[in-house]
Design a protein around this ligand. Structure first.
Ligand SMILES: O=C(O)CCC(=O)C(=O)O
Ligand SMILES: [Fe+2]
Length: 340
């Protein structure tokens, strides 16, 4: 069920009001499946974003990843640099550079006050990467693989509910994309060091992770209790999102915008540099199809009132395209069908 935010009307339509971000309780016994799927669709249509509580992912699995990740980021930088970036199979033109990264985000010069570990969400790739170097590699990869398994189940459950809420005749149409053995889903752990670690404060220090939308289907994000995430619901207005380590934040990505022919809009977001005393740690699961999956608006989403907005492309083609652009570019524009 959607929990109305304190002191605000549940019918508020002020999108730029931080308090209005919808919260969906996945365990609610008072809401039937049909009502829950409608609430999810409403949140995706109106915000491209919602907070998910009582999600069922075991807290101890989350805490173990957090513990291992903090231990990893506490290592000396040169040891961490040993862990990447490296390209793992499947080798393809759009192959992702996995491993450890610092300051540099993506391939087009975007910089931020961030360090991160980017992994394929495939169990074999996680083991392969962490086995190569980190201090206790087998523990790290077990903990990560356990967590990724749980988060993937959650992703499939949400995708099925969303398809049902959209009235799509095949309710596993989205979840099948990420269950495909060759799915290209990713897992990323971001570490934003506390202000006390900065030696020179310049305007560029204010950026943690610059403005962007995630290119995949959707993202399941969780952070510790340190703030930094901001979302843009109305042009130019940034809304800070209060951290909640017990919840997940779901962000609609570019592929979902295309699949739903614009009914869901991908969410513009960023993370500001951490000015608090504690590091911010966020972990994101990016749900993606395989590189050769064709993406185009689903037939049921195309109507006479809403003609087809995008031409078909493969996820691999889109990935290669976005790698050539900066984070903040409107990366879907090249795939829009121009009205006659
Ligand atoms: O750290 C955050 O809260 C945002 C991270 C993010 O947007 C990403 O990893 O794509
Ligand atoms: Fe993101």
């Amino acid at each position: 069920m959607v929990v109305p935010p304190p002191n605000s009307s549940p019918t508020t339509n002020s999108k730029s009001c931080a308090a209005a971000i919808p919260t969906i309780d996945l365990s609610s016994t008072t809401t039937n499946r049909q009502a829950l799927s409608k609430l999810l669709v409403e949140a995706c249509e109106n915000y491209g974003f919602f907070k998910l509580i009582n999600h069922g992912v075991p807290q101890d699995s989350i805490s173990r990843v957090e513990e291992e990740a903090l231990a990893f980021f506490a290592m000396p930088t040169d040891e961490k640099l040993d862990l990447g970036p490296q390209i793992l199979p499947p080798a393809a033109t759009a192959a992702t550079r996995f491993g450890y990264g610092i300051k540099s985000i993506g391939c087009s010069g975007d910089m931020g006050e961030i360090e991160f570990l980017l992994l394929s969400a495939q169990p074999s790739s996680v083991s392969q990467l962490t086995l190569s170097r980190s201090k206790n590699p087998s523990k790290f990869s077990c903990v990560l693989n356990d967590y990724i398994k749980a988060i993937k189940n959650l992703a499939c459950e949400l995708l099925d509910l969303m398809a049902e809420g959209l009235g799509i005749s095949d309710p596993s149409i989205f979840s099948r994309m990420i269950s495909d053995v060759q799915n290209d889903s990713l897992f990323r752990i971001n570490h934003y060091r506390p202000l006390s670690d900065f030696t020179n404060l310049t305007p560029s220090n204010k950026i943690g992770f610059g403005e962007h939308s995630d290119p995949q289907i959707f993202t399941i994000l969780r952070s510790n209790d340190v703030d930094g995430l901001q979302i843009s619901l109305d042009d130019g207005l940034w809304v800070p999102v209060s951290p909640d380590p017990t919840a997940y934040f779901i962000m609609i990505g570019d592929l979902f915008q295309v699949l739903t022919n614009g009914r869901f809009g991908s969410l513009k977001h960023r993370a500001v540099a951490n000015t608090g005393p504690k590091p911010r740690l966020s972990m994101a699961y990016f749900a993606s199809p395989s590189l050769n999956a064709w993406i185009s608006p689903l037939q049921q989403m195309v109507t006479s009132n809403q003609p087809c907005l995008y031409r078909p492309f493969t996820w691999g083609q889109y990935k290669a395209h976005i790698y050539s652009l900066t984070l903040a570019s409107s990366r879907l524009d090249s795939f829009k069908i121009k009205p006659n």
